[in-house]
Design a binder for this molecule. Structure first.
Ligand SMILES: Cc1cc2nc3c(=O)[nH]c(=O)nc-3n(C[C@H](O)[C@H](O)[C@H](O)COP(=O)(O)OP(=O)(O)OC[C@H]3O[C@@H](n4cnc5c(N)ncnc54)[C@H](O)[C@@H]3O)c2cc1C
Length: 482
């Protein structure tokens, strides 16, 4: 990786040349271990040969699809891969992996392209793009969904809700199920049904040596364990099987308050008493009328007990707005957060408790924040916290509050201020924190990855050595082979 100062100079030049996209690989304040590699020009005959073996498409810089195909959700990243292999199935994935390794190309794997850290794109390497593989089949009798790895949260939700079923999925309909599930997968059903990875029944995987294997409790159980939270480190997953649950009408919506300390404390107190059926998370953000504190609620059950449970958040706390009402789970998923792509930096950490000093740090920070920021406070409790820490790779099993801090910018000039603000807040909270969630990290370091997996890290490193000893799949929150 180039030193930070050179990188910054490079970014400034790129920004002048590119009107809409503001930076190349954005390291985040802690840097990244990922080198930008120039593999040299690819041989035309080689490329033709690859194209002839692929049922999907091979997209190169001279093709009409290239500019759109290389964009990712986080517009802080503006990368130019040598080629994008848009796969039609597992065979294509195997061929792409073989080509990339023979040619020593870095490999990025793209599901829904929503990585906070821009991991699903690269400079000068190959992108294995699964976005055309998005079929979802639902077995409504067995309560199982089989989804190809390019499916987005909304594809999974739409298909399962047709049968009155659902499984834990993220709050943004455009997030890819692959990255989401492989990193753990937090959603509004997690307090009742666990994380997405807890509902994974099996996965079909192409390993870096081109084998197609199934991972489940009875087949390659070590790989199955690692896939449930360990990210894209162990192979390219081409499909997932999920356990589903009956979920129809729910009580859902948001209660809005001014951002005052007492609202945060009331929220922490409320969470401590919340049953599994009631999922809540909170958000601090700016508005035209001042800073706001939002509590988002989903009650999986009939409205009356739900309304009774949320009474303490209503009258006594004097909300500014309250749109909680009965709706289908699918409506509540689509009513959520559907942002257009934007340039941002986000990081996160897990606070065991929302203590007075933590609330104070948050309040001080938001009163001196850049124009575009957001702090999500996602409590982890209920079913997701009742799984033993070593039952899956996903290690955030103790109850607590995940704090996701995001700063965004429209121009390069705003970027440094936003990043600095996040870094300052993160550093203030860090002494009170333990652990971090890989899916909400826009930065990386060996230490952060170890923090994310805690006691599970050594086993993950062993499994990495077995399935990817040369660390071919390293554009991710990287677990290095033991
Ligand atoms: C707007 C927004 C909302 C979000 N909301 C939530 C939320 O509610 N809950 C939550 O838990 N997270 C949430 N996230 C975080 C999200 O879960 C992660 O960013 C996730 O990694 C995105 O998955 P993706 O497939 O879209 O991303 P990609 O960028 O395509 O991939 C992310 C990582 O997974 C790897 N990967 C992708 N597909 C495969 C595959 N098939 N096989 C192997 N590796 C693969 C990639 O190489 C990369 O390292 C959100 C992110 C955004 C930007």
């Amino acid at each position: 990786m180039a030193p930070a100062t050179n990188r910054r100079q490079f970014l400034q030049k790129t920004a002048m040349a590119a009107a809409a996209l503001y930076s190349s690989r954005f390291a985040g304040p802690q840097g990244t271990s990922i080198p930008d590699v120039d593999p040299g020009p690819l041989d035309k005959a080689e490329l033709r040969n690859l194209t002839s073996q692929i049922a999907g498409r091979v997209i190169t810089a001279d093709g009409p699809e290239y500019e759109a195909a290389r964009l990712v959700f986080n517009r802080a990243f503006n990368q130019r891969p040598a080629l994008i292999v848009r796969c039609a199935g597992p065979q294509d994935v195997a061929r792409a992996l073989e080509f990339a390794q023979r040619r020593s190309l870095p490999v990025a794997v793209r599901g829904g392209g929503h990585s906070r850290a821009g991991f699903s794109m690269c400079n000068g390497g190959m992108v294995i793009d699964l976005s055309n593989m998005k079929r979802v089949e639902v077995d409504s009798r067995m309560h199982i969904a089989r989804a190809e790895a390019g499916a987005l949260v909304r594809h999974l939700d739409q298909a399962t809700q047709l049968a009155g079923l659902a499984t834990t999925a993220g709050g943004c309909p455009n997030v890819g199920i692959a990255g989401f599930t492989l990193g753990g997968g937090e959603g509004t059903l997690m307090s009742k049904f666990g994380a997405a990875c807890d509902n994974l029944l099996s996965a079909h995987v192409v390993t870096v040596d081109g084998r197609q294997v199934d991972a489940s409790p009875s087949s390659n159980a070590d790989l199955f364990w690692a896939l449930r939270g360990g990210g894209g480190n162990f192979g390219v997953v081409t499909s997932f099987e999920y356990r589903l649950y009956p979920v129809n009408e729910i009580l859902s919506g948001t209660i809005t308050y001014p951002a005052h300390r007492e609202h945060l404390h009331a929220f922490a107190k409320f969470v401590a008493e919340a049953p599994d059926e009631l999922n809540v998370f909170a958000e601090l953000l700016p508005s035209a009328n001042g800073l706001r504190f939002l509590i988002h609620l989903r009650y999986i059950g009939s409205p009356q007990p739900g309304n009774d449970l949320i009474r303490p958040l209503r009258g006594p706390l004097q909300p500014l707005d309250d749109n909680v009402r009965k709706m289908t789970y699918l409506e509540s998923q689509s009513a959520g957060f559907i942002p257009a792509p934007f340039a941002h930096f986000q990081t996160n950490l897990l606070l065991p408790l929302l203590t007075e000093p933590a609330v104070e740090a948050l309040m001080v920070a938001i009163n001196d924040a850049p124009a575009q920021f957001r702090v999500l406070i996602v409590p982890l409790y209920g079913a997701i916290s009742r799984v033993n820490i070593n039952d899956t790779a996903f290690a955030l099993r103790q109850p607590g509050f995940e704090v996701d801090m995001l700063g965004a910018w429209n121009t390069p000039a705003e970027r440094d201020g936003a990043v600095r603000w996040i870094a300052n807040l993160r550093d203030k909270l860090r002494p009170m924190a333990r652990g971090t969630y890989v899916n909400q990290l826009g930065e990386t370091s060996a230490q952060l990855v170890r923090d994310a997996y805690g006691p599970n890290y050594p086993r993950l490193a062993e499994i990495k050595r077995k399935y990817d000893p040369a660390n071919v799949l390293r554009l991710n929150q990287n677990i290095t082979p033991a």
